[in-house]
Design a protein around this ligand. Sequence first.
Ligand SMILES: O=C(O)C(=O)C[C@H](O)[C@H](O)CO
Ligand SMILES: [Mg+2]
Length: 403
Amino acid sequence: MKITNARVIVCSPGRNFVTLKLETDEGLTGIGDATLNGRELSVAAYLTEHVIPCLIGRDAHQIEDIWQYLYKGAYWRRGPVTMTAIAAVDTALWDIKAKAAGLPLYQLLGGKSRTGVMVYGHANGSDIEHTVDEVLRYADAGYKAIRAQSGVPGLEKVYGVGKGTLFYEPADADLPSEHDWSTEKYLRHTPKLFERIREKLGFEHHLLHDVHHRLTPIEAGRLGKSLEPFNLFWMEDATPAENQDAFRLIRQHTTTPLAVGEIFNSIWDCKELIENQLIDYVRATVVHAGGITHLRRIADLASLYQVRTGCHGATDLSPVCMGAALHFDLWVPNFGIQEYMRHTEETDAVFPHAYTFDQGMLYPGDVPGHGVEIDEALAAKYPYKRAYLPVNRLQHDGTLWNW
Ligand SMILES: O=C(O)C(=O)C[C@H](O)[C@H](O)CO
Ligand SMILES: [Mg+2]
């Protein structure tokens, strides 16, 4: 089965998405997500200018060979742009292979390991009481796991807290908006947030929290320790992870489980974290970590060390990524949890999908492939709009910090 045509579709139904569509001489098509938030057109150009010319005429069944061809063949390895482009090709090829077999993708990976995929939703509030109300609302909606982020007194804009509560979108401006940050204020506030949530919610639900790369390792150790009485499912991205060894210090100070990896793009970003058991959950997902083919390799390494998966699932990962991730989640033996941030109705209409939500679980559905399509005519009605992620500055002196 030969690849006869490939094109990149860029659209903005509420936010930007980049999608790769592959066509074959047998009439089967497959799609893959290629969205890299705030840097979308770099992947679109990489695909159009450098990848697509190499795909035409290749056998769509040779997923592994095409992956190696694009990875080794570029000479320049890894990096978010390259790995997102490879992921899009890989996802589209798995979609085609599963459609050719007439099977849902999870069957090709090895079949179901569980009945459904436990997800966590995002409860965001401007202050503690508002966040508690949101957490309770998610619990009422059936969620078994809830991430809680709250505004911090004295800080104007905080990661995870937007204008509305249902659809949080950080890529919000034509040039990067500026946030302010104070580690001291955040560290004073956050344990109080979780104390109050547990008071109102009890201990039946899983609670998660995203630090979004803002602390030093010793500060992260301090936060993790102060959150121990509230039994978090995980503390995410406590410190930037370029230096994998930094997590050793956090580990020495707290038993709060650690999750990291939404910005990882290859197994090399997490090899030491996993092998040294410095983390509990790896957050790499299909679109930014080289597709199903590479994510599977990361998960297999992780399984040797009892590290579980917790795929990234914010709104900038399109329904195509979500569909593929859910098939992966249903199969992967060392599954932990899946992030689920709802897309807007406009996005859902452009990407009709087979996956469904019920009582805190997602189900990928049983249609052949990964179960997500793109309505190209509708997509064309939403042209690309430049949108950047924010930057963060220290409140007291304006130093650029991690956002
Ligand atoms: O969902 C999360 O955990 C995030 O941290 C979301 C990220 O800020 C977002 O995906 C950046 O593009
Ligand atoms: Mg995160």
